[in-house]
Design a protein around this ligand. Structure first.
Ligand SMILES: [Zn+2]
Length: 252
């Protein structure tokens, strides 16, 4: 726990309200169970907490569980579980829990991080993960650079090369992604669309109605400090006020 999380929790519990609108809620995770040195942001969620969170998702109380690529985005209540960066625990820890609960999930990976080895998935492990029930693989940049800071040529290369390397390795289309560092804009969304992506998640809290650009989907991050009440609040919208302190890539 850090003081910021404690403050945000207090605000959410005192002033937060469940989202008045329905739509696609995208949950954003990084690691499940892997010990990350320091980890001031709580990126690695305890497997027992994660299991309880997924049981709540599987109960259907937050909407129909979907993969990022198969979400209808028609304003009906849907919930997607996504992972960034491609930690090895997606295969060893998270996927078996999700498979047991018959939950679809999306793992967005960065080819250059996979090349770097532990604690990230190896390429054979990525292939194994992609064959797990309900698993969808997406891209997360080529090098994990902030894509909104790149010029057009380099931006295009990050998008097309990440997609090409994953499709070559998996032998299936890769059309979803998440933005490294949540860094995106209208320009990067247009480039992702041109590169063949149909869905992309950023880091802006909130729920996605039919009016939201599918290349700039709002996503709510779940961290290690979240207890069950925090999780229920995040999945139902009592933490959505947090978006007020975040830039909206759709307005950049
Ligand atoms: Zn990342």
């Amino acid at each position: 726990m850090n003081w910021k999380h404690a403050l945000w929790r207090t605000i959410s519990r005192v002033a937060g309200r469940p989202s008045p609108r329905t739509g696609l809620r995208v949950l954003g995770y990084h690691a499940v169970g892997t010990e990350l040195p320091g980890d001031p942001y709580g990126l690695s969620v305890d497997p027992a907490l994660f299991t309880r969170q997924m049981e709540l998702v599987a109960s259907g109380r937050f909407g129909r569980p979907v993969g990022l690529g198969s979400a209808k985005l028609d304003g009906s209540a849907e919930i997607a579980v996504t992972f960034d960066d491609g930690y090895q625990d997606a295969l060893k820890t998270a996927a078996p829990i999700l498979a047991r609960l018959s939950l679809p999930f999306t793992v967005c990976v960065t080819p250059c991080l996979l090349d770097s080895g532990r604690p990230h998935l190896s390429w054979p492990e990525l292939k194994e993960l992609s064959a797990m029930p309900g698993c969808e693989i997406g891209a997360h940049g080529l090098t994990h650079a902030r894509l909104d800071a790149l010029g057009d040529a380099e931006l295009s290369r990050e998008l097309t090369e990440s997609r090409r390397r994953l499709e070559d390795a998996l032998g299936r289309p890769v059309t979803v992604m998440t933005w490294p560092h949540g860094a995106a804009s209208q320009r990067t969304a247009a480039a992702a669309r041109a590169a063949g992506f149909t869905r992309a998640g950023c880091s802006l809290y909130g729920v996605n109605g039919p009016d939201r650009d599918p290349l700039l989907l709002r996503r709510t991050e779940i961290v290690a400090f979240d207890d069950e009440r925090d999780f229920v609040g995040k999945a139902s919208g009592t933490w959505d006020w947090f978006a007020l302190r975040q830039p909206d890539p759709a307005r950049q």
